[in-house]
Ligand binder design. Sequence first.
Ligand SMILES: Nc1ncnc2c1ncn2[C@@H]1O[C@H](COP(=O)(O)OP(=O)(O)O)[C@@H](O)[C@H]1O
Ligand SMILES: [Mg+2]
Length: 266
Amino acid sequence: MTSLLELRNVVRTYAKGGLFGRSARAVDDVSFSVGGSGPEILAIIGESGSGKTTLARMILGTVRASGGSIRFKDMDLADIKGRGQRMDFMRQVQPIFQNPFEAFNPLKRLDRYLFMTARHFAGARDDTAAEAASDAALRKVGLSLAEVKGRFPHEMSGGQLQRVAIARALIASPLLLVADEPVSMVDASLRTAIVNLFRKLRDEMGVSIIYITHDLATAYSISDRVVIMRRGVVVEAGDARATLDNPQHPYSIELKNAVLSPDTGP
Ligand SMILES: Nc1ncnc2c1ncn2[C@@H]1O[C@H](COP(=O)(O)OP(=O)(O)O)[C@@H](O)[C@H]1O
Ligand SMILES: [Mg+2]
């Protein structure tokens, strides 16, 4: 089975400015694959500034890699051309953002987003079909169209809104979700429900998920494999349980000790 997603020696540099026009590597020679043996959750773990968001944007095709290659199924992202190919890719690889309030226009009713996605990505030809597709997706995240219809983003809690964002992504029947710190702005009490939902999507819908986080505990509980990044570089990668139970790299050990330290609690 070939991988769903394969990154090889991916680099992204940003100009640093300054007198000598030096550039900094936000992502430096990163290689990994997702979904080589069926749907899986891959956690990308690292503290702020380690290149996680840059990596997510390259996978979503919104930032170009400066070097290396990213393949989704049989397509090299650099070769995607034209609206048709672009839309096809966007349907299959859906983003989930950190702050659900930023993902939605505050002046637009939430059902509009759902209906638009149903028309663009699920072939819904009329209102009835768009409503049916939206309701089905909302039910997968524990909501229903009746609870969302006519509502504006600020009328929902952060946790509810993030579930609406996930439902919107699911309407497209994606193969891959790229979730960039999806629970860091959500109340602690709702975090577990959302990460458990990811597990359910993997098991029941066959969706692979790239789960970007700095939270070792949720990564440990839901992911199959982990990639640990520091300053743009992968320092350690492997099976989630094996890696996090027995980290080898000093940085991974440091991350784990920080979680276990009495200062920060379990
Ligand atoms: N658009 C940009 N222009 C210049 N530097 C950037 C840009 N985006 C990210 N960076 C730099 O790249 C590094 C990695 O950032 P980022 O990918 O956001 O990391 P993370 O998501 O892990 O916090 C940081 O040093 C950041 O300042
Ligand atoms: Mg980030």
